[in-house]
Design a binder for this molecule. Structure first.
Ligand SMILES: Nc1ncnc2c1ncn2[C@@H]1O[C@H](COP(=O)(O)OP(=O)(O)OP(=O)(O)O)[C@@H](O)[C@H]1O
Length: 253
């Protein structure tokens, strides 16, 4: 019998993953033979220089892009052979996303955007979920903005709505691409605390792409990519250690 992703204590996994874009002279090897598992209830930071493959890895793990070769599991389901309808359902039920581009619906107000994942799933939040949404709104300072549309918000406020929306249904896995990129340092810290709370209190797994050593220091695990390969996989580290490693990595490249 095969060992499942769950048996390994993981919520998502890639094996021998490679991704190339273009052909011949225009070919770019964005990922080269990557093996990675995202552990249950753990907060993982993915770091690396610009162009090292972080976003590509996250998009493939989330089933938003397909690999050139290798295998990908979301939970125990291998997504390689899955049709679009099943993949969409799997994503909707199990995954939350915070994209760099926020992906808010412009015609819905903040509250409408926050409730969208429930709408798409054809249900309303339970009382406990409603309490959690209220807590997210409060922690992210959105209470005064619930009737506003995205274009009436600052970039940082839009970012916070995207984060609250990704966490609202308490999906077992949250992918976040530079979630603190547009935030001032105090709000950024609150977002990182929230992500940590989501993993410690609710057992959610968080996979966060970041360039920021301080943001990465909130994570339980820090994975470094360089030139499409994993070059380091370490436990919780402080911001100074992470900065030092990044500088050493850049110096040796
Ligand atoms: N759609 C695409 N077509 C062609 N090349 C691509 C495409 N998407 C990414 N790449 C290339 O793949 C490599 C990895 O890109 P990726 O966006 O994953 O890097 P990253 O580590 O997330 O970078 P950054 O920190 O700048 O966001 C880069 O060299 C990039 O130019």
């Amino acid at each position: 019998m095969d060992i499942t992703t769950t048996d390994l204590g993981l919520v998502a996994r890639v094996q021998n993953l490679s991704k190339s874009y273009g052909t011949d002279r225009t070919r770019v090897d964005a990922l080269r033979d990557v093996d990675l598992g995202i552990r249950r209830a753990e907060f993982t930071a993915i770091m690396g220089p610009s162009g090292s493959g972080k976003s590509t890895l996250m998009h493939i793990m989330a089933g938003l892009d397909s690999p050139t070769s290798g295998r990908v599991w979301l939970g125990d389901a291998e997504i390689g052979g899955m049709d679009d309808a099943n993949l969409t359902l799997l994503r909707r039920r199990r995954i939350g996303f915070v994209f760099q581009s926020f992906n808010l619906v412009p015609t819905l107000d903040v509250e409408g955007n926050l409730l969208l994942p429930f709408e798409l799933d054809g249900r309303r939040p339970t009382t406990r979920e409603r309490d959690w949404i209220d807590e997210l709104e409060q922690a992210l300072g959105l209470e005064g903005r619930l009737a506003h549309r995205p274009h009436e918000l600052s970039g940082g406020q839009q970012q916070r709505v995207a984060i609250a929306r990704a966490l609202a249904t308490r999906p077992e896995l949250v992918f976040a691409d530079e979630p603190t990129g547009n935030l001032d340092s105090r709000t950024g810290r609150e977002v990182l605390e929230l992500l940590r709370t989501a993993s410690t209190r609710y057992g959610q797994s968080i996979a966060m792409v970041t360039h920021d050593p301080i943001a990465a220091s909130y994570a339980d695990r820090v994975v470094f990519l360089a030139d499409g390969r994993i070059v380091e996989d370490r436990g919780r580290s402080d911001a100074a250690e992470i900065s030092r490693f990044m500088l050493d990595m850049e110096a040796s490249s």
